[in-house]
Design a protein around this ligand. Sequence first.
Ligand code: ADP
Ligand code: MG
Length: 342
Amino acid sequence: MKLEVKDLYKRFGEVVAARGVSFRVRGGEILVLLGPSGCGKTTVLRIIAGLEYPNRGDVRIDGRSVLHLPPERRNVGLLFQSYALFPHMTVYANVAYGLRFHGVPRGERKRRVRELLELVGLRGCERRKPHQLSHGQKQRVALARALAPEPNVLLLDEPLSALDAALRAELRGELRRILKERGTTSVYVTHDQEEGLSLGDRLAVMREGRIEQEGSPEELYFSPQTPFVASFLGGANLWKGILHHGPEGTRVESEGVWIPVEVVDLPEGEEVFLFFRPEDVEPGEGPLEAVVEEVEFRGDHWEIRGRVGVRSVTFISRERHSPGEKLRLAFRRLPRVLVEPH
Ligand code: ADP
Ligand code: MG
């Protein structure tokens, strides 16, 4: 079912946690809310769930406002970092728990729990207690429990952040498969850009209570609209500079280095950020003179950190270089120009 969040505003005393947050999630779609700690992600989820009431704005599920409904009548599922399973109950009872309250008859309950445990890869674990499960298994049980009442919308708040890196990477692929297989409309909150990019159909990047940019993972990675989005999605080179239009084309001057950039509709003399990814620049005959500082072997390439004058730069090389070495760098595609939003 589709979810619409309209112009949410939420104040806690002096702190404004949401300043006009709006987005839509289509039926069956996974929207990722991505942003640093404290930017308001959990607050937005709690408002959707009915655990907080906004100062302004609306939440609609399938076109109807649910703002006046208590949490239990919204049929919204929740999955948090801490699984909060009932420790004395079996896996079966934990997953079946919510179904009783929804008046699902016993036979149907049994069928659904079986199907869900199968879906999350825990068939045969019905009779175990939570303490007999690994962290990853507990989180799978929690997911099955959240999905059991067939929620209109599932809200996931950093559900993998308590797990170690290898398990996190494994579970995120599985989580996506499960949500898509069930066709569950989902809002997935995370501060981890890699997780967000791999899990979301669409991403909304939040900063200080606002959504700064929304789009597909590819759009956000390749065409960030602001310096914040560019740097938050990782591995960006961002240099401050001054924009110039001239007979040689559009260029940015940054600490005495002149760099050709993509054409942009901004005035002469504007303070801008030059943006390029490590893979956009490589050793070759180009405008940058770099000194290598650190070299990391990555299998099919080396990732190199160095300096261009006072600027730091990260780039990719197909050949090995050593710290202290001087190199010229060429752009494989022209850097883009970004400015702070107003
Ligand atoms: P995130 O989930 O992105 O880390 P939160 O939504 O938890 O962010 O918090 C956003 C801001 O609102 C933070 O500054 C946080 O301290 C504040 N905040 C959240 N909940 C409350 C509350 N119940 N009382 C006071 N301040 C709160
Ligand atoms: Mg949070």
